[in-house]
Design a protein around this ligand. Sequence first.
Ligand SMILES: Cc1cc2nc3c(=O)[nH]c(=O)nc-3n(C[C@H](O)[C@H](O)[C@H](O)COP(=O)(O)OP(=O)(O)OC[C@H]3O[C@@H](n4cnc5c(N)ncnc54)[C@H](O)[C@@H]3O)c2cc1C
Length: 383
Amino acid sequence: MSLLPQSASTLIIGGGIQGLSLAFNLAEMGQKGIVVLDAGYWQGGASGRNGTLIRAGFASTAWSGLFKLTLDEWQSWSKRLGENVMFTRRGYTVVAEKAATVDMLEQGAKLHARLGIRSQILGKAQTAKLLPALNQQHVLAAQHQPDGGVAPHHAAMKALYQYCHTHGVGIHYRTKVTGIETTNGRAAAVMIGDHRIAAETIVCCAGGHNPEMAGLAGVSLNGHGMKIEAMALEPTRPLIKPAIALIDSLAYFHQTSRGEVVGGTEVPETPHISLRADVPVMADMAKIYLRMFPQLGPVRILRHWGGLIHASKDFAPLLGPHPDLQDLWFSAGWSYGFAGAPAAGKLLAQAIARGQTDARMKPFALDRFETTGPIIEGGIVVA
Ligand SMILES: Cc1cc2nc3c(=O)[nH]c(=O)nc-3n(C[C@H](O)[C@H](O)[C@H](O)COP(=O)(O)OP(=O)(O)OC[C@H]3O[C@@H](n4cnc5c(N)ncnc54)[C@H](O)[C@@H]3O)c2cc1C
């Protein structure tokens, strides 16, 4: 543990992509005294364990508005961070196997047109042309987003880390927050064992551990830590060009430039928050891959792993201040938090540093379940 400071302007708990994106945006706006604390190692959380898919549009206005911004931000990151985050716009295709899903994708495409997100509906023949290796028997239609794509997490995480490091952000891995001190109705400091760091603002970006962070401050946060699993197949010839989501099979993957097919499927399993990768889950995932891409049959599984996300009650992000405790903020509830980090970092930084709450952030307020209600989003691949 490197030497810890006594105070911070914004203290961020969690050095995954959410925490680092927020630190970067705050530093870019000129804030000094930012501190990031992380219990584990760099890329040890979900930010180093995800499928790296970046999608532009969903079915709801709330999600699509946020992710339109995130796509724009992804495109500016390499320049602003001074390092290539390797975002490739190879396209993102959402495949429908059920009639109801086709309807949803069609409605979604109309919404995207209104929001300025490029997306088009492909019929059976057009889908077959774009994805010839896909088992056409199961396909009804698809929604293709030409500006979506992938970015390897190591590139984005390295660029964020380097920028923060060279712009005075104090980043401390292997430094677990064990307490959050509250005074006069506000979050005032964090404890790392006996060491106290006073902070003007505390932001929890602790992934699957966010509810636990709320608990440390004596408040509650809905949702729970949830393990999801992914795998990489050994390199094979180019079969799949865009990133894809098989929404009715709850699967998502892409083929890397090295030829590995990387992604995951949501298969029901007993909830637990260990990072253990389970062989029966791997077998179920492989069955879904084979059903949809029979040509993958002879390709061996190279790696298989688990990662922890925070599933909120409506599976949507929880962004903003906690309603019951002043100066405690969250970037939580992320299932698409790799893709969403550029937008979340920007909007939270604007709200914290300038007091401006952007209209695209408002729907994700923590108290929405008591006010506007849950966000209904049918286009996500989560079980
Ligand atoms: C298998 C898998 C596939 C996925 N695929 C995609 C995808 O294709 N596209 C996409 O957009 N998203 C995907 N996701 C989701 C995405 O990875 C997450 O939403 C995102 O990484 C969340 O970022 P984060 O910074 O909030 O969390 P994390 O990266 O988990 O970071 C949280 C950090 O908080 C730290 N922490 C926890 N407790 C404490 C404490 N007490 N004190 C200090 N630090 C603490 C942890 O050590 C950790 O580093 C996937 C996730 C998984 C697991």
